[in-house]
Design a protein around this ligand. Sequence first.
Ligand code: PEP
Length: 257
Amino acid sequence: MRKKIVAGNWKMNLNLESGRKLVAEVCNLLKQTNPDKISEKPEVVFFPPFVFITEVAKIAENIPGVGVGVQNISHEEKGAYTGEVSASMVRSCGATYTLIGHSERRTYFKEDDNLLARKLEVAIRNGLTPVYCCGEIISERKAGKHFEVVGEQMTTALFWMNKAEFEKIVIAYEPVWAIGTGVTATPLQAQEMHAFIRTLISEKFGNETGQKTTILYGGSCNAQNAAELFSQPDVDGGLIGGASLNASEFFAIVNSF
Ligand code: PEP
């Protein structure tokens, strides 16, 4: 069975106190889960800003099925790169996941697929699980180019890897027009892109790898629409932005499987 994940991307929101409170509330709700049902539940991963990861990791430490990640890492291993944060640093603070290529990094910080390939390599080398984000902008969808665009993002950033490296990757399909807009991809739109991504992976690395790769959906996913999106055969969970900032809503999304 494929691993299911529901992840919360806090972006540049919350402070230490409100972040701690959010994680503690979600963890308390998770602790009440019937132990017999835990294996059916998705892994929950928090993606706070760098400065909070140690605290979040401490709170989440003994809660089964809860992980901590960062929203970005440097493409360099170490050295004179003022303001950058390395994969090994975040690993030493308790992070085990990293987002790579979120659309806000691509748009505002001009990160392209070649740079993202370097970040992926550094992440894997340091034992972080990358959640590689891909997705088209609205004009590309309107022009019918969404499969081509996502195919290119997958190929350039990921398909230089060998099979063992690729099997460490989680994919998040996030149509840019759905992120933070309140417009969600329909379950059919999500399913057809996830199936397309899975086919690409199978063609490159074999059917077994394609079948076991976790592919998340992200883009205005909330407690109302999560169940229908997660019921699609190729949707293995969600990367949640705005709705992950509220403990009860995030917990409801986690319980949407
Ligand atoms: C995101 O930031 O990855 C995201 C999906 O945001 P939102 O859920 O707010 O659309």
